[in-house]
Design a protein around this ligand. Structure first.
Ligand SMILES: *Cc1c(COP(=O)(O)O)cnc(C)c1O
Length: 244
């Protein structure tokens, strides 16, 4: 087994243990493998080990990889009752979104996690090609208060959700957060819990969302305990970034 394959297996085991400890089914949690800074070959290796969803932070780097992967001789076929069929790759844009990059993002990715203002949502919807399915999106919420500059304030989430729901080429799936790292376990849990509480609040106000995108290599257990349905994991799968 390759290093990436065995690390992937270890991450899946962590997800499974954390889910079970929280009384949840491991299958409720989607793993997005964050491949930023790693070469297409690393993605191909993870794909061969069964991983289908990948996350990228930089538009051009991500698109270069999407193109490269579409050309690599991947083991693309999986067994199904109707015979072998394609197992597609799914690409998640998880980085900050500059307004001059909305078109390439909308044309190449399946998901965008970090929407934090109406203008970005409107531009993504306007640039999404008609022949592609709606872009799946999450609103990024600032759950760390003054310690963080990214994401919308919790009390602005509802208005942004209504804006996004009116846009024809976006499908609002959920909320995303990147809490500031903290050694304080209770604080870590409370940041993740805040995202779930906002999801509940939106439900009471008529906006039902099925995705909580939270948890990374160092804190996925806390995120899963607090209700994460999608974790974004890089280093625990691909190794330290910039380590050669
Ligand atoms: C880099 C990144 C991740 C993955 O972080 P790791 O610590 O490598 O697991 C997850 N989410 C976002 C938004 C990131 O930028």
């Amino acid at each position: 087994m390759t290093t990436i394959a065995s690390r992937l297996q270890a991450v899946k085991a962590r997800i499974s243990v954390a889910a079970t400890a929280a009384g949840r089914a491991p299958g409720e949690i989607t793993l997005v493998a964050v491949s930023k800074t790693f070469p297409p070959q690393a993605v191909a290796e993870a794909y061969a080990a069964g991983q289908s969803a990948f996350g990228e932070n930089y538009a051009q780097e991500g698109i270069d990889k999407i193109v490269a992967l579409s050309r690599l001789p991947l083991e693309r076929h999986v067994a199904s009752p109707e015979g072998p069929r394609l197992r597609p790759l799914e690409w998640h844009y998880i980085g900050p979104i500059q307004s001059n990059k909305t078109r390439p993002i909308a044309e190449n990715f399946d998901w965008v996690h970090g929407i934090d203002r109406p203008k970005i949502a409107e531009r993504l919807s306007a640039s999404r090609p008609d022949n592609m399915p709606a872009l799946q999106v999450c609103i990024q919420v600032n759950v760390s208060g003054e310690a963080s500059k990214s994401g919308v304030a919790p009390d602005s989430v509802f208005d942004l959700a209504l804006t996004i729901k009116r846009l024809p080429h976006l499908r609002l799936r959920g909320l995303m957060a990147i809490p500031e790292p903290t050694p304080d376990a209770a604080l870590r849990h409370s940041h993740f819990r805040m995202l779930r509480e906002i999801q509940h609040d939106l439900l009471h106000r008529g906006v039902a969302l099925d995705t909580l995108s939270m948890g990374m290599s160092d804190d996925l257990e806390a995120a899963i305990a607090e209700g994460a349905t999608l974790v974004r994991v890089g280093r625990a799968i691909f190794g330290e970034r910039g380590a050669g």
